[in-house]
Each structure stands twice: as C-alpha cells, then as structure tokens.
Design a protein. Structure first.
Length: 367
C-alpha cells in the first residue's frame, strides 16, 4: 500500500514538472513554422559582456542571436535576429543577463505577446526600456569611493573621529535625555489637552483668516506701498537722529536747572502754584463769566467807532519846537539818521518823536 502511494506521488510530481517545462518551451517556440527570421535592434546604456554571436533569450530559452554591437553618441545600438514567426509586444523590455559578472552575457527579452500592438521588424527597443547591470570595475570603484569618503586617506575627518566626537558630545547627557523621554511620555499619556489647544488655536484664527480675505485688497495695497514707505522712512532717519540729539541736550539742560534751581522751583510748584491752580479752579465760574463778556464789549466798542456821530478820541503825536540857532544842524543830523523826521530847517521846525528816538538810539547812531 505504501509503495503504491509513493509511486502515485512521484507520478504527480513528474507530471507537474513536465507540464511546467512544456509550457515554458511552448511559450518560447516560434508561433509560425517556416516563417522568415526577423531583425530588430535595441538601444542599451552599455554593451559590457555583449558581443556578436551571443544568444538572445526569452524566459531563458534561446530565440535568436546578436548580429552587431555599435557605439552611438549616448548609447550602444545592438542589432539581433530572432527565429522566424516570433512575435513580441511593442513595449517589450531588453536586459543583459549573465550567471556571473565575469562571463559573457546574453540579451534577454522580457515580455510575452498576448494582444495589442506588436514590435515591428527593423524597429528598435528604446533606451527607456533597456537595462544593463553594472560592471565589476564600476562596483569595485563605487565601493572604493564610498570607503574613501568615510575614511579619507591622511585626513582628520574619519569615522573613528566622528564616533569619538559624538561620544564626547553625548557624555553626561543621559539624565537630560531621560527627562526628555519622561516629559514626552507624560505628554503622550494625555494628548487630549494638547489636541484641544491646537483645535482652539485653529478655531480662534478662523475669524482672523476670514477678515484677512475680506480685506485682502487693503493688505495687498499695504504690501505694494511698503517699499516706498520704507524708503521715505530711511530718508527721514537723519532727522530722527537730530531729534534724539536735541532731546539729549534738553535733558541735559533740565538736569542743569534741577541741580542749580531745583530747591527754589519745587517748593513754589508744590506750594503757591498749587494754591493758584486750586483758586482758579474754584473761581472757574466767575472767570468764565468774565471771559464771556469780552465779545460783547468788543461789539460795543466796534459799534461806537463804526456808526456816524459815534464817540471818538483824537490823538496827536507830540512834537518838539527847536531854537532857531540849533534847528538847522539838528535837522541835518536827524535827516541823515531818519529821512523825513525833521520838517523844515528854519524857525519853527518840528521834529517827530521817532527822530529823537533814532538820535538817542545807539544802533541808529552807529549807522
């Protein structure tokens, strides 16, 4: 009985393996018997390990061979021929494949045709649909560059020094780190308050945001005029400096007055001045009545001088009579000082008071 079960299990396994291999072979077999081979090309980033005659495979099974490898300006063009009747999808991809980076590589076509557009013979697979592994020299060179960046030769910026510096920087910070972790844990135990505060902040900012949107034209106008305002403020800055200097001198003057006359000023300010202000405040009604009579008095005086036959007062400036012998010489002096101040130069000459003031005025005499 056990022998029968074993044979049945082996039979099922063999059937499964054969079916799988058959499906793979069927997928890699030409679709049309007797069809002519087709030639295609593919744009590759590089052609390392790929030479004419190398196999072209699909799902690991050979379906053609490489015809030529030609270097272009930015890529390598590889031309290959497939078995007759082979059909590929228009978006088929091409990769260089090898069991080892030291061995020659094969060109693997990835993608089986099911339906839709097909890759036309003599057309090229674009560079975006082709891939190639890095060479061993590039891999080793990249590793060397990485190591050199981590530990430059004869340099001070090494990994060892970085770790040492980090160790020195963190030395003695254990308690601070512990307290930070405890505070973070306490905050996370009850996050509702923190989230509520954030919600309240957002809610309170909503009216401000809405008002800003309503007044956006004014905000934009302020922003547009800000450069000119700043420029004008800069031009006024020297005047501000002068005002500050003047305030400094004023403070110095007030300090000098306080030092020299403060003992006399402050008793008066706190004594008689206060009493005078209190008295004026108490008699504000009487003072107000007195002031209110001034317009009516002015009106009455204007009426007396304006109306015909009203009360009037005549005024004649005083004049001084000079003796005959001194009139001529005095008039010459007065005329030189103030032309027109002496009327006539003979008997009965009259001199105006302005003429005498100019005669007595040292400034007038100096002229």
């Amino acid at each position: 009985m056990k022998r029968t079960k074993t044979l049945a299990t082996v039979a099922v396994a063999v059937t499964t393996i054969v079916g799988t291999c058959g499906a793979g072979v069927a997928a890699a077999q030409p679709l049309k018997r007797g069809a002519e081979p087709a030639t295609y090309c593919v744009e590759m980033p590089d052609s390392v390990g790929l030479y004419p005659g190398n196999p072209v495979t699909q799902m690991g099974f050979p379906v053609g061979k490489v015809d030529s490898v030609e270097q272009k300006s930015t890529h390598v063009e590889v031309r290959f021929t497939t078995d007759g009747g082979r059909v590929f999808p228009a978006d088929v991809r091409a990769v260089t494949r090898s069991k080892s980076i030291l061995a020659d590589r094969s060109l693997e076509l990835v993608g089986n045709y099911e339906s839709g557009p097909q890759l036309a013979p003599e057309s090229c697979i674009p560079l975006a649909n082709s891939y190639t592994p890095k060479t061993i020299s590039e891999v080793v060179g990249s590793a060397a560059d990485f190591i050199e960046a981590l530990a430059p030769e004869a340099g001070d910026e090494t990994v060892e020094m970085a770790i040492t510096g980090l160790n020195e920087a963190l030395r003695g910070q254990g308690e601070n780190a512990r307290q930070m972790m405890l505070h973070a844990a306490n905050a996370m135990e009850n996050p509702d308050g923190f989230i509520a505060d954030i919600g309240s902040s957002i809610s309170n900012m909503a009216p401000l945001t809405e008002e800003a949107l309503v007044q956006w034209a004014a905000v934009k106008n302020i922003a547009d005029n800000m450069p000119k305002v700043v420029s004008d403020a800069m031009s006024l800055w020297p005047g501000t400096i002068d005002v500050c200097v003047g305030i400094g001198w004023l403070v110095a003057l007030l300090d000098d007055i306080q030092r020299n006359y403060g003992d006399d000023i402050w008793p008066f300010v706190h004594g008689q001045a206060v009493e005078a202000v209190k008295l004026a405040a108490q008699q504000s009604g009487s003072l107000g009545d007195l002031v209110s009579t001034i317009p009516s008095m002015s009106t009455a005086v204007s009426a007396q001088t304006r109306d015909a036959g009203a009360l009037s007062v005549e005024y004649t400036p005083p004049q001084i009579a000079l003796s005959d012998d001194e009139a001529a010489r005095l008039c010459e002096v007065l005329e030189s000082l103030s032309p027109g101040s002496c009327k006539g130069a003979g008997t009965g000459s009259r001199v105006t008071p302005e003429g005498l003031m100019n005669l007595l005025n040292p400034i007038g005499a100096a002229r």
